[in-house]
Design a protein around this ligand. Structure first.
Ligand SMILES: [Zn+2]
Length: 176
């Protein structure tokens, strides 16, 4: 079990990473919120661009404290925070705007692009998109729909628009 001190150290690292990014990147949002989730177990971090919200996995980072020690776990929190902040700056998946933001934040986009399952996104299908991402598309009647990605496979994303599921090929999806 991680101690209270270790939990606080992990959280302090998120505050430091946010402050650092805000000082060093002119397009970093001023109002980034960070939440720890106990239910996130496959992704270390997720970015919710429309709300400037970053969610981090409690189980994955507490496990990292146990296995790798506090310093390593804090380093992973730092890297994951900047990866997610780069999404908030880019308003994008892992495209060119995200790559530029990563470089500006001092992270190697290749090294931190496909995080392994324990520390990063679980990425399937089009690597420009990931789970929970805010997206929009135009349906067959020409109406624009806004939703978020619930699931991904090799060819298409399952997009929730309200309570309705839509199956949308990646070519028809755009980020918002
Ligand atoms: Zn990402």
């Amino acid at each position: 079990m991680a101690s209270e001190f270790e939990r606080i150290a992990l959280h302090q690292t998120t505050v430091q990473a946010r402050t650092w990014a805000q000082k060093n990147h002119p397009d970093c949002p001023a109002n980034i919120r960070v939440e720890w989730s106990n239910r996130m177990t496959t992704s270390a971090g997720l970015a919710f661009c429309s709300r400037n919200l970053i969610k981090l996995s409690g189980p994955i980072f507490l496990d990292a404290v146990e296995k790798d020690g506090l310093a390593q776990a804090c380093q992973k929190v730092w890297d994951t925070m900047l990866h997610e902040i780069a999404h908030l700056i880019a308003r994008d998946g892992h495209g060119i705007r995200w790559v530029k933001a990563m470089i500006a934040l001092g992270l190697d986009p290749e090294e931190h692009r496909y995080h392994n399952m324990r520390y990063g996104h679980k990425l399937n299908g089009g690597d420009d998109f990931h789970k929970w991402q805010d997206v929009s598309f135009v349906d067959k009647k020409g109406q624009k729909r806004d939703g978020y990605i619930r699931r991904l496979n090799a060819k298409r994303a399952t997009v929730m628009v309200g309570q309705t599921k839509w199956y949308v090929p990646y070519g028809m999806l755009s980020k918002r």
